[in-house]
Design a protein around this ligand. Structure first.
Ligand code: NDP
Length: 360
């Protein structure tokens, strides 16, 4: 049975005398720090010397070096990007943790896939919002709340659940609902969405664009029709608000009949076995092992460069110019250096495959 928690399940008094240290004042860090403070909790910030530190000070927080914030806190939120967590955790967090303190992550990736050597004398929990930072703040302020996945990885004090639900309430997520699971399950769901639905959707979108362009329709019209209008995001919002099928009421009968009658043509599209393979590679750790390798970071650099050279990218730049829309620097991705090419020799054939894929 899945456990789901709501507003009445959390009690702020469990943590009212605790100091909460937010490590990293970025997307999630700022939103979560402001929400907790507005819930009447004591919050301090640990951040490196950067622009985010200035923002935290402007927001009225006491800001310390990460090591100092960890030493002063009873509850520590690790809100730096997943790929930087291991280094910062080993150097600036772990040596400064008080015993019986609580460590909270906003993603299950590092903990679920056992990438960190966690101390055995602290509680370890997770509150992973299903919402970007700006949304975490907005939905706290408007009282609607936001969904989260929560987990208890280690319960040394026997009070981890009280702390978890109190923090979840302070953040505002219990107003909408928090679903209990393991950190690994959270990481798997997140990676699957990114690796299965995301690229499959991207492929379908690009294929649709290419079919229309090849049939002679102008790029401006095609890109606006397919995604630039932002209409799809309203459909997505309605799916979430009222339901996947119910939202079809917002579309005309012509649109509904066309979609439903032609939809059957994709019935046998062989995406399920590909998605199952992707899920298996995430579950058995093959993906994480691959991503942790140094050569993969180099491979990523090449793939990203090939991806930015795609025809659609140039086309989009041209359309954005002609529609007087803002341009972004993604169009100017730096090519790999001669040194990178030399270092990537052992994966040349694999890279050629990606180069070819992104030419289409
Ligand atoms: P950000 O990219 O916004 O970065 C957060 C902060 O970490 C910034 O202040 C950044 O400063 C700092 N930082 C980055 N690298 C380092 C480093 N090596 N040492 C010290 N500080 C560093 O992160 P997010 O808020 O997006 O993500 C934080 C956590 O929240 C992650 O675990 C993520 O998975 C999770 N999460 C994120 C969501 C989102 O929508 N973004 C949604 C749900 C969960 P600087 O840039 O100056 O280095």
């Amino acid at each position: 049975m899945v456990e789901i928690y709501h507003e009445d399940d959390g009690r702020l008094d469990y943590i009212k005398n605790k100091t909460i240290g937010i490590i990293g004042y970025g997307n999630q860090g700022r939103a979560q720090a402001l929400n907790l403070r507005d819930s009447g909790l004591r919050v301090i910030i640990g951040n490196i010397e950067d622009d985010f530190k200035k923002i935290a000070k402007n927001d009225g927080f006491d800001v310390f070096a990460i090591e100092e914030a960890v030493s002063q806190s009873d509850i520590i939120f690790i809100l730096i990007p997943d790929e930087s967590i291991k280094e910062i955790f080993d150097q600036k967090v772990k040596p400064y943790l008080k015993s019986s303190s609580t460590l909270n992550f906003a993603s299950g990736y590092n903990v679920g896939f056992k990438l960190l050597e966690l101390p055995s004398n602290i509680d370890i929990i997770m509150i992973a919002p299903r919402m970007i930072g700006v949304g975490v703040r907005e939905n706290y302020l408007n009282g609607k709340g936001f969904f989260s996945f929560i987990a208890i990885e280690q319960n040394v004090t026997g009070k981890a659940k009280n702390t978890l639900l109190a923090l979840a309430k302070g953040l505002g997520t219990l107003k909408k609902g928090a679903v209990m699971m393991s950190t690994k399950e959270e990481a798997i769901l997140d990676l699957f969405n990114e690796q299965a639905f995301g690229p499959a959707f991207g492929r379908v979108l690009l294929t649709s664009i290419n079919v229309l362009l090849e049939a002679g329709y102008p790029a401006e019209a095609v890109l606006i029709e397919m995604y630039m209008s932002g209409e799809m995001s309203y459909t997505y919002k309605k799916m979430a608000d009222i339901g996947l099928i119910k939202q079809t009421d917002f579309h005309s009968y012509t649109s509904q009949y066309g979609a439903m009658s032609r939809g059957i043509r994709y019935f046998k599209l062989p995406i399920k076995p590909i998605m199952q393979r992707t899920l298996e590679e995430i579950e058995n750790g093959v993906f994480t092992q691959e991503w942790e390798k140094k050569i993969t970071k180099l491979k990523f650099k090449f793939i990203k460069f090939f991806a930015t050279r795609q025809k659609i990218n140039k086309l989009e730049k041209q359309v954005r110019k002609s529609m007087k829309m803002k341009l972004f620097d993604i169009y100017e991705e730096q090519p790999p250096t001669a040194e990178d090419i030399e270092k990537a020799k052992e994966i040349t054939n694999e890279l050629k495959m990606f180069e070819k894929y992104y030419e289409t």
